[in-house]
Design a protein around this ligand. Structure first.
Ligand code: PAF
Length: 281
């Protein structure tokens, strides 16, 4: 496994090697098994898998959240090696993204769910993702479904900017407790982890009640349960899987996704399940 500290060194290497069968897994480090499933899947699909580790300041609206983002570089490299990753991009300095034209053609995606609480977040994600995709030119790029809205945004970015890459969505990996794996979980103590394990249970609860109660009443019940648990909730909503629009009474349950965001011990956590995923649990 080779490690590159600058994008120039990586792209020079790729050009010299004439390597084109590239799978790409962009990350912000503090890697866990969720990233592992993306990398391992890419390894089965491509001659060469590249992982980037870069905590992108442009996508943090909260400076404290940026500095508190966990960093475990040595451990990350050990993991990547064990997962069969071939090349790692690990920039040591802030990347200059000024050549990338800001993306602002989000349709509804930049005014719902995560967006109002995190102004500038998706613009920052689009900047770094477009920069990396244009530089590395992978055939496929792999993203985890825990960040469902991010996937929808990047899908749109790829379409509108006509980026020549296929986006591959991979299922959310969960701890034995059901908690969705996230680098941010490291910032929770034992009590926080127990509380956070309620999040997937709340989603399952929502799906178990929705047939009887309907969308609006189920959302209200889940909000009430969060209050009772002392979980500071940002949203808990049924949305359409295809476009993330609000559901209506005519939306079949099978076409919905339930998304939730909350803060526990100062850590913002998100999770989601589609109806099919919830039924499978
Ligand atoms: O999902 C993430 O870890 C980040 O948003 C990404 C896609 C690596 C861009 O910085």
């Amino acid at each position: 496994m080779l490690i590159f500290k600058t994008i120039g060194e990586l792209t020079d290497y790729l050009t010299v090697r004439g390597e084109t069968d590239l799978g790409f897994v962009p990350t912000m480090g503090a890697l866990h098994d969720g990233h592992g499933s993306l990398v391992r899947y890419s390894v089965t699909q491509h001659a060469c898998t590249i992982c980037s580790i870069y905590v992108n300041p442009a996508q943090f609206n909260d400076a404290k959240d940026y500095t508190a983002y966990p960093k475990t570089p040595e451990r990350d490299l050990d993991f990547l090696k064990s997962w069969g990753c071939n090349l790692v991009l690990m920039p040591e300095t802030t990347l200059d993204l000024s050549d990338i034209k800001p993306f602002n053609d989000f349709d509804n995606l930049n005014s719902i769910l995560e967006a109002p609480d995190r102004p500038g977040h998706f613009e920052g994600v689009c900047k770094i993702v477009e920069y990396l995709l244009l530089s590395i030119k992978p055939i496929k790029a792999y993203f985890g479904k825990k960040d469902y809205q991010q996937i929808a945004v990047i899908r749109r970015l790829i379409e509108i900017r006509k980026l020549n890459v296929e986006l591959i969505e991979c299922p959310t990996c969960r701890e034995p407790s059901g908690l969705a794996m996230s680098s941010r979980n490291r910032r929770l103590n034992a009590q926080g982890l127990i509380l956070a394990a309620q999040i997937p249970k709340l989603i399952l609860q929502a799906y178990s009640q929705v047939k009887q109660l309907g969308y609006t009443e189920t959302e209200r019940v889940i909000k009430q349960m969060c209050d009772n648990l002392n979980i500071s909730l940002h949203y808990a909503e049924f949305r359409c899987q295809s476009n993330l629009n609000r559901v209506t009474i005519h939306t079949p349950i099978s076409e919905t996704i339930f998304l939730i965001a909350c803060t526990i011990q100062g850590v913002r956590l998100i999770d989601n399940m589609t109806a099919n995923e919830a039924i499978a649990k």
